[in-house]
Design a protein around this ligand. Structure first.
Ligand SMILES: [Zn+2]
Length: 167
């Protein structure tokens, strides 16, 4: 398989088209959650029949709650969808390795060449990586996935909500 084919096939990894999709999902999500939360908060204040000052305070509190909710949900969705994409990339990579390990080896060699190794050294390194753990090598060097940097959605959501409220 020619190098161009390896590259073209590589475009099927979902990581590459994740950017705009995530932004779109997040934008829609943010608008929905913050508006709905604010409306619920303000309608609760009106239903209580409160005076102007209390209404202002309630509206402010509703705004904080709405923003924090929106940030938390947005962050959760963002991290979750990122993890989903990484997971599907992982499955795809396993399939590639099972179907065509030779092309995967050349792909890895080319990645190392791009990082400054000579072709001879690059193929040596690629072979050593394939002998040890091909999947790990491809996830790390091709897709930039590191197990210890995997984000946790609930933690991210809480941090985001807390930061918004503190602000
Ligand atoms: Zn690969």
């Amino acid at each position: 398989m020619a190098l161009e084919d390896v590259y073209r096939r590589n475009l099927h990894h979902r990581t590459h088209r994740a950017g705009w999709l995530r932004a779109a999902v997040l934008g829609a999500n943010d608008g929905l959650v913050s508006t709905a939360s604010l409306m619920i908060g303000v309608s609760a204040a009106k239903a209580g029949g409160v005076d102007a000052q209390a209404f202002l305070i309630t509206a402010g509190a509703a705004g904080i709650a709405a923003g924090a909710m929106s940030m938390a949900v947005g962050e959760y969705v963002s991290v979750r969808s990122q993890n989903d994409i990484e997971e599907s990339d992982r499955v795809l990579e396993m399939q590639h390795l099972a179907i065509d390990p030779e092309s995967e080896l050349i792909e890895l060699q080319h990645i190392y060449i791009e990082r400054g190794l000579t072709p001879e050294l690059a193929i040596q390194v690629a072979k050593a990586m394939h002998d040890r753990d091909p999947l790990e090598a491809h996830l790390r060097d091709e897709l930039g996935q590191f197990p210890h940097t995997k984000a946790r959605p609930v933690q991210a959501a809480m941090a985001s909500a807390a930061a918004f409220t503190a602000g």
